[in-house]
Design a binder for this molecule. Structure first.
Ligand code: UDP
Ligand code: MG
Length: 348
């Protein structure tokens, strides 16, 4: 008999004890209704809760065979929670959903249809948001800014309610980022994606865990993830300042030759300006190198092979990063645990 496809539901949980049972009460009917074609696992990521969420989840796991619980040693934040969930799950596809039921599990059916139709990423697009005006506006502005700065295109109004295929999860394994930004990483992979509109409801129980401070640092992560434009900006400003100061130096030197300036002024000003020139230039140069280093250490997949035809090797999610243009690809990894040949494993 053909095995059902396994769908992983990834749920980050940070002090959501009141939401656990209501969530399960919504998830189970959906999973049951799709049981003919799909098996489900619920991967709960307890992100350092201290309100008994974990204990309750552990108890429910003994009663509901779909439940798996991974508990962090402390609060690591939403991004790391969901990424860990994706990397740990076993599904052929994974759907990520918040614990507070702001996003409807009933939409899974449509997500799965779109996935079966060949989309690697299916994301929920929020039609009506029952949140504050200021919050709405700041989110919108944030996505505009990121899209303007970014080389990757982020779907506007898409939240973190999404399905990703196994191929996306495999590509994600190649990403090694201390300040992860999942939405951006997925956008940068470039797989086929489609949005499904829905109404996002308000949180009914408990408080929002993403307070302003967290939202702000998420915004910074998003911007820095997507671009080294701020650095490049610094380089141009540096060059411009240096040019202006050089002009100023010339002007003062000529002025002092014509000796219509108070004694000593030209010397002082020229010394100060020369200092500024050196600073601006060398900061710019440092910035350029740091930008390079940043892009290199981010270790995004160099390329992603989505499909292979007439090739016995298993589908590899990525080739190796190699920045040198014109050089033959010579895969090399710095992390000690990897095989030195770049990890291209023989088929089993
Ligand atoms: N969450 C988490 N770690 C955190 C903050 C939030 O795992 O540090 C979880 C939280 O339990 C919820 C989801 O992430 O399931 C979204 O959080 P929240 O509903 O507070 O965000 P909002 O909907 O207000 O943007
Ligand atoms: Mg919420």
């Amino acid at each position: 008999m053909k095995r059902n496809k396994l769908i992983s539901i990834i749920i980050p949980v940070f002090n959501e004890v009141e939401n656990v049972d209501p969530l399960l009460a919504r998830l189970d009917p959906v999973s049951d209704s799709l049981a003919a074609r799909y098996d489900f696992e619920y991967v709960f990521i307890d992100d350092g809760s201290d309100d008994g969420s974990f204990e309750l989840l552990a108890k429910r796991a003994t009663q509901n065979r779909r439940i798996r619980v991974l508990s962090f040693s402390r609060n690591f934040g939403f991004q790391r929670a969901i990424i860990t969930g994706l990397l740990e799950c076993r599904g052929d596809a994974a759907i990520q959903i918040d614990a507070d039921l702001q996003d409807p599990p009933e939409l899974f059916t449509e997500f799965l249809e779109q996935w079966e139709a060949g989309n690697d990423v299916v994301y929920g697009v929020r039609r009506g948001r029952k949140e504050g005006k200021i919050e709405n506006l700041s989110r919108r502005t944030f996505y505009r800014v990121i899209n303007a700065l970014s080389e990757d295109h982020l779907p506007p109004d898409a939240g973190d309610f999404r399905l990703v295929s196994r191929r996306v999860i495999d590509a994600l394994e190649e990403v090694d980022d201390y300040h992860p930004y999942l939405r951006g990483a997925i956008a940068s992979f470039g797989f086929d994606q489609v949005g499904v509109t829905y109404d996002r409801s308000a949180r009914e129980r408990g408080e929002s865990k993403l307070r302003w401070r967290k939202m702000f640092s998420l915004a910074i992560d998003g911007i820095l993830y997507h671009s080294v434009l701020p650095l490049r900006f610094a380089i141009w400003i540096g060059a411009l300042t240096a040019a202006l100061m050089l002009g100023g130096i010339a002007w003062y030197v000529l002025g002092s030759l014509n000796s219509d300036l108070p004694p000593g002024l030209a010397t002082t000003v020229v010394l100060i300006m020369a200092g500024i020139v050196l600073n601006a230039l060398f900061m710019g140069i440092l910035g350029a190198y740091i930008g390079r280093i940043y892009q290199q250490v981010k270790r995004r997949p160099f390329t992603i092979i989505a499909e292979r035809v007439g090739d016995d090797a298993p589908t590899e999610s990525a080739a190796q990063p190699n920045d040198e243009i014109g050089e033959p690809t010579h895969p090399r990894r710095d992390s000690g645990s990897e095989p030195p040949d770049g990890g291209i494993e023989p088929p089993d």
